[in-house]
Design a protein around this ligand. Sequence first.
Ligand code: HEC
Ligand code: HEC
Ligand code: HEC
Length: 372
Amino acid sequence: MQGDCAACHTAPGGQAFAGGYGLQTPFGTINSTNITPDRETGIGNWTERDFFRAVRHGKRQDGALLYPAMPYNAYVQMSDSDVHDLWAYMRSLAPVHQPAQPNTLGFPYNIRLAMLGWNLLFFKNQGYVPVVAQSAQWNRGRYLVEGAGHCAACHTPKNALGGDTGAYLQGADLLGGHAPEITNDHHLGLGSWSAEQIQSYLKVGSNDKAVAAGAMGEAVEHSTQHLNDADLADIALYLKSLQGSGTQAPAALSAKAPLMQRGAQVYENNCMACHNVHGEGINGMVPAFADNPGMRATGGANLISAVLKGGRAAATEGNITAAGMPSFDWKLNDDDIAAVLTYVRNSWGNAAPGITAAQVAKARTAQPLAAE
Ligand code: HEC
Ligand code: HEC
Ligand code: HEC
């Protein structure tokens, strides 16, 4: 797999791999660089060795340290032959002339040398070490998840300095969104998903319950849809083997509570046409709310963002339709949005803390996670 390079190294509407995509981090905006073979503004005069050092060890050609927004801490696990294939592929691209954009990082993050400390703390400079007690399939799945897939970059919560915490793949807030838990945890993770449902989600961007959009839509479009079935099966096998957070489901709010009744009303008037009478969605196009762990995700930031800004499902070779979710920020007030989301988080088999009007108000002014 191409390790999702295009997702970050392509600006919205820009030329593939020519950089200029701004990654919003809690420390400021970091712009990706031009990695086409242009000699002046890209990596045209790099050697394969320079490329290996950048991708796996986070060093620029001049030896300066790259910011970990470039996920070398995941790619360090990629095998020599996979990085070699990637290099051959990158060399085959047409050069694009496009100089890098400046970053807008605050002190001390604007000093590249500060990354030395970060690397000491959080960067394990080591290739993939197989777990002998596990099968070849399981190890292949883990290799893809931890290396080229860099799934932890979004799905593992970060500490105050942006390093991974120990809550591996247990769900993390991204700016303006949330990447849900993807372990086998039953309440918040993929416990209720079959291996086939996971494979389908990664291959075509949807299954009978969920539809990938936003940052995950990009990961599917640029990266996971290109994996072969055996690799996808191995990823599913690996994710299903992870025990996860062991989160206990709370009791669902009563359908008679005033907030729930208001939510039901808003739902009927605005959402039912697409998400369906019992929250069952439309297979492969509109996500279900019924028994969908994504709906119960901690904080619900994704859900708020989907309703405010709308969104677009991933368009893949296997599912070219890419259905759209309309934006409701002009149509529904904070109380309505809080009510309808509280309602879907506590109906049809779901149970999760409600969403407050204050959370919605805050999200209206938040920075977007990815240019959509
Ligand atoms: C999550 C976003 C993200 C992904 C995914 C990503 N990169 Fe990067 N990459 C960046 C950012 C941001 C920078 C610039 C970092 C800096 O300025 O310190 C960068 C820098 C680089 C550089 C250094 C370029 C230079 O001029 O110094 C190379 C080479 C590179 N990336 C290659 C890749 C390859 C190959 C892949 C896929 C295997 C990839 N990147 C995937 C964000 C990303
Ligand atoms: C750039 C950030 C990012 C990366 C990288 C990423 N994800 Fe995601 N993922 C997300 C977000 C955000 C969502 C929620 C998407 C939505 O609700 O439409 C998500 C959702 C998912 C879901 C659906 C979970 C649910 O309960 O609905 C699965 C499964 C998943 N990701 C697996 C993966 C795997 C496997 C990888 C690595 C190959 C990966 N993701 C890499 C951000 C990311
Ligand atoms: C015109 C059809 C349509 C209508 C009307 C609609 N939606 Fe959606 N919705 C979609 C589609 C398609 C998606 C998948 C794409 C995406 O996530 O952006 C989606 C996604 C979502 C998501 C994100 C799911 C996830 O997995 O993260 C939420 C939350 C949501 N809708 C809530 C609502 C609510 C609440 C309403 C009513 C106020 C509503 N939708 C009305 C079509 C619709």
